[in-house]
Ligand binder design. Structure first.
Ligand SMILES: C[S@@+](CC[C@H](N)C(=O)[O-])C[C@H]1O[C@@H](n2cnc3c(N)ncnc32)[C@H](O)[C@@H]1O
Length: 283
């Protein structure tokens, strides 16, 4: 089974590195928690009154769903994802946090059809639209699901996060990121898209667009080393065969060695990342 569906990303449970992706999105939310609370606060402040029904599209492990449920403590949140294992994590997290009554995990493949959500007041889509085959179709469904006056907030990464000080293999991370963008161009053509015009084309009125520059210096949050390790390992495995011998040699001690150079033990990591969010209203 597994081998036959190896290339089908949307076979629930058959994503080979799904557990790694789940860990990575949890680390992202944990280490960049001040960005997450800023962007949720920003989007929440643009919502029209107190939303009572919220959708989180491509929820992953539910970090956005949880943040929204906390921000709007009367709201019900529907967390949508194609992946059953991701949704299991959402349910477990909601139970642990006492939010099981307000966060509902719903499996749907947004490349195929919109789930029966009923009318909603606020839609959140973080780093998920670029995974969709036809994001413009998804935005049309979002428009239809939102009540008039309802808000959609799209947050996307401008660039992959950087962790290494400049003197390590100079330019290494820039080369890794460029190579990954190139390697994924066929599979993820909507990565780094400008979502403003696409939201307008779907009928929305753009309310605001904001770039969040994330710039963390030591002392970093406790899980920063683990986040750096998980991110860089994902880059390296995604770039199998595309990296130069010298870049691989630089990465070795950072990721595999048990010495002080390992990203888990260094004290000179930084975190630089940029995310852009668009908030758009259904007239
Ligand atoms: C990079 S994760 C982002 C998770 C979370 N929103 C966050 O900001 O951390 C992208 C998520 O989109 C989901 N996804 C990808 N394609 C999808 C589709 N066609 N329908 C529904 N969800 C999809 C993936 O399963 C994954 O959980």
């Amino acid at each position: 089974m597994q081998s036959h569906h190896h290339h089908d990303q949307h076979q629930p449970g058959h994503e080979p590195d799904e557990a790694a992706l789940a860990e990575l999105v949890d680390l992202d939310a944990e280490v960049l928690h001040s960005y997450l609370s800023d962007v949720i606060e920003w989007a929440g402040g643009l919502a029209d009154g107190q939303p009572s029904r919220i959708l989180d599209l491509g929820t992953g492990t539910g970090t956005g769903a949880v943040a929204l449920a906390r921000r709007f403590d009367q709201a019900d949140v529907i967390a949508v994802d194609v992946s059953a294992p991701m949704l299991d994590r959402v349910r477990a997290k909601a139970r642990e946090l006492g939010l099981a009554g307000r966060i509902q995990a719903v499996q749907a493949d947004l490349d195929a059809a919109w789930p029966a959500t009923g009318p909603v007041d606020l839609v959140w889509a973080s780093n998920s639209l670029h995974h969709m085959k036809d994001p413009d179709q998804v935005l049309a469904w979002v428009f239809a699901a939102l009540r008039p006056g309802g808000l959609v907030a799209v947050a996307e990464l401008d660039s992959f996060p950087r962790f290494l000080p400049d003197d390590i293999g100079p330019g290494l991370e820039a080369r890794l990121h460029a190579a990954l963008t190139e390697a994924r161009a066929g599979e993820l053509p909507h990565l780094h898209s400008d979502w403003g015009p696409r939201l307008s084309a779907a009928g929305f009125t753009i309310e605001a667009r904001r770039r969040f520059d994330i710039n963390l210096a030591p002392p970093l949050p406790a899980l920063a080393g683990r986040y750096a390790q998980a991110s860089l390992m994902r880059l390296r495995s995604g770039l199998d065969g595309r990296l130069s011998a010298s870049d691989l040699a630089t990465l070795g001690p950072l990721l595999d060695g048990d010495g002080p150079d390992n990203v888990l033990r260094r004290d000179d990591l930084i975190i630089r990342a940029a995310r852009t969010a668009w908030a758009a209203r259904r007239p």
